[in-house]
Design a protein around this ligand. Structure first.
Ligand code: IMP
Ligand code: MG
Length: 175
């Protein structure tokens, strides 16, 4: 992918402002009641690292690793669990931390799986919500930025495993 095929869509300043707002909302909603953040690897690793530092509420962290994409930019619809939770979530207040919700298949699959483990509450926080692309009915409780369509990279988001390290989010043109 050459330089010409991408342009900045969300700057690092815009991302930081939204992450700060989300941290404030979560802190306000949960107060001093301990929460468990479940990061969805790999895409959410930068988001969760920044978000947790904006949260005042006592927090514990765990990760799952899901994969739904091959090397293309469309969902395969097949969700693979490559890493399970290490901590029990029963009776905990859990928030799933996603980088982006697109068709919603990944999140629906994870949400239903975690619900079976009987958390006290289960909410969803996503940095990016591509609401127009939703194919299943699932809504995030906390949304950083809503966008219509297009494939984006940077700030943890990849295209074929690359570009996760870009500090801003770019729209890939022609993807
Ligand atoms: P869904 O199952 O279609 O909602 O896909 C969600 C997953 O696909 C996300 O967790 C991302 O890993 C990946 N994904 C969806 N859209 C994009 C994008 O625009 N850029 C990079 N990854 C994406
Ligand atoms: Mg993801």
């Amino acid at each position: 992918m050459s330089e010409q095929t991408r342009r900045i869509l969300y700057s690092r300043e815009k991302i930081a402002a939204e992450v700060r707002r989300l941290g404030q909302e979560i802190s306000r909603d949960y107060g001093n009641q301990e929460i468990m953040l479940v990061g969805v690897l790999k895409g959410s690793f930068l988001f969760i690292a920044d978000l947790i530092r904006e949260i005042q509420t006592p927090s514990v962290v765990d990760f799952v690793r899901l994969a739904s994409y091959g090397s293309g930019t469309q969902t395969s619809g097949i969700i693979e669990f490559r890493k399970e939770l290490e901590m029990p979530i029963r009776d905990r207040d859990v928030i799933i931390i996603e980088d982006i919700v697109d068709s919603g298949y990944t999140l629906e699959c994870l949400y239903n799986k975690l619900l079976l483990q009987q958390p006290r509450s289960l909410k969803i926080c996503t940095l990016i919500d591509k609401r127009a692309r939703r194919e299943v009915e699932i809504e995030a409780d906390y949304v950083g930025i809503s966008m219509d369509d297009g494939f984006i990279i940077g700030y943890g988001l990849d295209h074929d495993e690359r570009y996760r390290n870009l500090p801003d989010i770019y729209l890939v043109e022609g993807a």
